[in-house]
Design a protein around this ligand. Structure first.
Ligand SMILES: Nc1nc2c(ncn2[C@@H]2O[C@H](COP(=O)(O)OP(=O)(O)O)[C@@H](O)[C@H]2O)c(=O)[nH]1
Ligand SMILES: [Mg+2]
Length: 190
């Protein structure tokens, strides 16, 4: 296990950022609980990666954004090793915020290649309440070279897969294959 990676969780108010963390990290469900807006909280979790290693992640749960407050305080970006961007599939405004959120991340990040996952939360109620279709979300994500997962907090496994994907990209293993390819691929003439 390497050092603890810092993951910023960002998105519109009420999209389920806190619920996702409570569910994914502690297996708690906030579904029936009264809504409490978050000021700021952190969660520490050990996440298994696709390589079978374990990584320690500290998640920064942020106060939600809205049409008037469209960006995070800058100190979050200087701390970030990765991001979870959350919108709600039931709330088109929360989806529209993604463009600004992504721009803000790009602008504030000197370090290239910060892994980002996009979660379209509340997929349990799409039958009655869908406001953002998956195609639209995927088209936007493809343009930004991101991947989007529709999730909900009833199904914890749905949450763990994208978080595992993020953890796997946070601490990439030094590649064992690229070095031999580099040295053996082309021979110099002399
Ligand atoms: N149906 C449904 N409701 C959810 C889901 N996730 C969160 N919620 C509800 O959405 C509201 C806002 O959740 P919260 O986690 O506080 O949102 P935050 O402001 O982004 O942290 C709460 O009433 C949650 O119970 C979900 O996956 N499905
Ligand atoms: Mg919250």
């Amino acid at each position: 296990m390497g050092r603890t990676s810092r993951v910023i969780v960002v998105g519109g108010k009420g999209t389920g950022k806190t619920s996702i963390l409570e569910r994914a990290i502690y297996a708690n469900s906030l579904l029936e609980k009264p809504y409490v807006p978050t000021l700021e909280d952190t969660y520490v979790g050990i996440v298994e990666t696709e390589r079978g290693t374990r990584e320690k992640l500290r998640f920064y749960d942020t106060a939600g954004l809205d049409a008037r407050k469209r960006s995070l305080p800058p100190h979050y970006h200087t701390q970030a090793d990765g991001y979870i961007i959350v919108y709600s599939v039931t709330d088109n405004i929360s989806f529209q915020l993604l463009t600004d959120i992504k721009k803000d991340i790009d602008k504030n990040k000197e370090k290239k290649d910060v892994p980002i996952i996009v979660l379209g939360n509340k997929s349990d109620v799409v039958a009655q309440n869908r406001a953002v279709d998956l195609n639209t979300a995927e088209r936007w994500a493809a343009m930004e070279r991101l991947r989007v997962w529709e999730v909900n907090i009833r199904d914890r496994n749905l949450l763990l897969e994208p978080i595992m994907n993020l953890a796997s990209r946070l601490n990439p293993q030094p590649s064992k294959t690229s070095f031999p390819q580099l040295t053996m691929g082309r021979k110099s003439k002399d």
